[in-house]
Write a protein that binds this ligand. Structure first.
Ligand SMILES: *Cc1c(COP(=O)(O)O)cnc(C)c1O
Ligand SMILES: [Zn+2]
Length: 442
C-alpha cells in the first residue's frame, strides 16, 4: 500500500508541503499547517482489519511496532523509514480504574489514563518520537539540520532532549528561569542538551524560539509543528483500544498550549472516518484559573479570544497565556460538543491530594482535570453511569515540591483539607503504639 501524508494549510487556502520540508506556517497565508493523510488508501483496509492489526502489534517487541505510537504508524506518519525511527516504546500506558475515587464521587466507570508513565514522565514522548524520527529522515535525505530546539514549560524539553540525544542530534532548550521543577531542569542537562534558562515566562521563550526558527538549520520542536500532534493523537486510539474499541462518554484533559486537546480530537475523528468507531465522546478542557485564556473565550461562546499574561500557578506546565493551538482547540471543542472549565490553586491541589489518597500520585495538571471532574459531577453534567476518562499528563514524581508544600504546613497556617503531615516522635514502643491507636480510632 502507498500510504502517504503531507502538511496542509489549516486556514483553508489548501497549500500543501511535504513532511520533509522545514516549514511551520503556510507560505501563502501564514496559517498553521496540519498533517493530512491519504484517507482513500487508509480506507482500503476494513475497520475490522485495522483493529486486528493494531491488537497484533500492541505491546509486542517487534521494533518499532510495539510502541503505542508506531503500532499505528500508517495513521500517524507513514513517510518515515523504519530504520530512521527513534522509539522508546511510547504509549501503552495504564488505564487506572479509579474505583475508590469514583465511588466517592458517585461514579463507577471512572478511569485515569496514566500518560505520565512514560520514558521522560509525560505524554510529550508520544509526539516527540514522531518529530525526532522525521528529523533523522530529513537529515538522511538531504536536510541541513544542525540542531533541534524548543521552548518549554519543562516536559517538552525533557522529551526533546531524551530523543535527540538517543538520535545523536544536538538539542537546544529554552526554559523560563525558576518556572520549572528541579526534576524537569535536570532532565535535559543530564541528556547533554544546551539548556538556556531565560529571564522570562514560557510565552517569552516561545517568542525567541520562533525567531530562531526562521533559520532553517534549527528545527523547531514545539507543538506548532504538527508532527507532534500526529503522535499525540494515538492517546485516543489507545484509550478506545483498551476498552475493546468502545468510546467513552467524557474525556477530561488539562490544556495549556492546547496542542493535546486538538490531538485528542484528531485521533477520534480519524477513527470515526475509518469506521473503527461509530460515535464521538464529549471533551472537557481543564485550565488553571490563573492561566485561563481558553476558559475566557469559552465564556463568550468562543466568539472572542484574547491572549493574556498567565499568572503563576502550581500547574506550571500549563502556565501559558498565548496558546499556539487555540484555533485548532476551539474547532475541536465545537466538534465534540465540548466544554471548558477552570480550577483555582486550592481546588487543583485539593483534588490531586484527595485522589492521591485512593492510590494515585497526581501531578498538578492532573489535579486541574480532577478538580474540573468534581465540578462536572456536582453540576450533574456527568451522570453516574457515564464512562469518564481523565487524562493524566505527567507523573507526580516530577513535581515533588507541589506535594511537599501541600503536606508540610508551617505553624499558624491553615491546614489544607487532605493534609497528612508526618509525625515526629521518640523511638519508644509505647509511644508509637499510642500514636497508631489515635490514628486508627480517628
Ligand atoms: C504540555 C503539558 C500539558 C499541556 O498540554 P498542551 O498541549 O500544551 O495543552 C499539560 N500537562 C503537562 C504535564 C504537560 O507537560
Ligand atoms: Zn495557507
Amino acid at each position: 500500500m502507498n500510504y502517504d501524508a503531507w502538511f496542509q494549510c489549516s486556514e483553508g487556502c489548501g497549500e500543501t508541503y511535504p513532511l520533509t520540508e522545514i516549514i511551520y506556517r503556510c507560505r501563502n497565508c501564514d496559517g498553521l499547517l496540519e498533517v493530512q493523510h491519504d484517507m482513500d488508501v487508509l480506507k482500503q483496509r476494513s475497520a475490522a482489519d485495522w483493529k486486528t492489526l493494531f491488537e497484533h502489534r500492541y505491546m509486542h517487541t517487534q521494533y518499532p511496532y510495539g510502541s503505542g505510537v508506531w503500532g499505528k504508524k500508517e495513521l500517524v506518519c507513514p513517510n518515515i523509514d523504519d530504520n530512521k525511527i527513534i522509539s522508546m516504546y511510547e504509549g501503552g500506558t495504564n488505564l487506572f480504574w479509579a474505583e475508590r475515587f469514583g465511588e466517592q464521587l458517585g461514579l463507577h466507570d471512572l478511569w485515569i489514563k496514566q500518560c505520565g508513565n512514560s520514558h521522560t514522565g509525560s505524554f510529550k514522548d508520544l509526539g516527540m518520537t514522531v518529530l525526532v524520527s522525521m528529523v533523522r529522515q530529513i537529515i538522511a535525505e538531504s536536510g541541513n539540520i544542525r540542531a533541534v530546539m524548543c521552548a518549554s514549560t519543562g516536559d517538552t524539553s525533557a522529551s526533546l532532549a531524551a530523543y535527540a540525544s538517543a538520535a545523536g542530534i544536538p538539542a537546544i532548550i529554552l526554559l523560563p528561569k525558576a518556572k520549572v521543577t528541579r526534576e524537569q531542569l535536570i532532565q535535559p542537562i543530564a541528556n547533554g542538551a544546551l539548556t538556556l534558562s531565560l529571564e522570562t515566562d514560557f510565552d517569552g521563550c516561545m517568542e525567541i524560539v520562533q525567531k530562531l526558527a526562521d533559520r532553517k538549520d534549527f528545527y523547531l520542536a514545539n507543538s506548532i509543528n504538527s508532527l507532534r500532534i500526529e503522535g499525540q493523537k494515538t492517546i485516543s486510539m489507545e484509550i478506545v483500544q483498551q476498552f475493546d474499541w468502545e468510546v467513552p462518554d467524557w474525556i477530561i484533559i488539562p490544556g495549556g498550549n492546547l496542542g493535546n486537546v486538538s490531538a485528542l480530537g484528531l485521533g477520534f475523528l480519524m477513527m470515526h472516518e475509518l469506521g473503527i468507531i461509530d460515535k464521538l465522546p464529549r471533551i472537557a478542557c481543564a485550565q488553571a484559573e490563573r492561566a485561563n485564556p481558553l476558559y475566557r473565550s469559552y465564556q463568550t461562546g468562543f466568539t472572542e479570544f484574547s491572549a493574556i499574561t498567565a499568572q503563576a500557578t502550581q500547574a506550571t506546565a500549563i502556565q501559558i497565556g498565548n496558546p499556539v493551538s487555540v484555533h485548532r482547540a476551539i474547532r475541536t471543542l465545537k466538534r465534540f460538543d465540548g466544554i471548558v472549565d477552570q480550577a483555582t490553586e486550592v481546588e487543583l491541589s485539593d483534588a490531586a491530594a484527595r485522589a492521591d489518597r485512593t492510590g494515585l500520585f497526581n501531578c498538578p495538571h492532573t489535579g486541574v482535570a480532577l478538580a474540573v471532574l468534581i465540578k462536572m459531577v456536582e453540576r450533574k453534567q456527568i451522570q453516574p453511569d457515564d464512562r469518564v476518562i481523565v487524562i493524566s499528563t505527567a507523573t507526580g514524581l516530577k513535581f515533588p515540591d507541589f506535594k511537599v508544600a501541600y503536606h508540610n504546613v508551617a505553624p499558624g497556617e491553615p491546614a489544607p483539607r487532605y493534609l497528612n503531615a508526618p509525625i515526629e516522635l521518640e523511638a519508644d514502643y509505647e509511644g508509637v503504639l499510642k500514636q497508631i491507636g489515635t490514628h486508627l480510632d480517628a
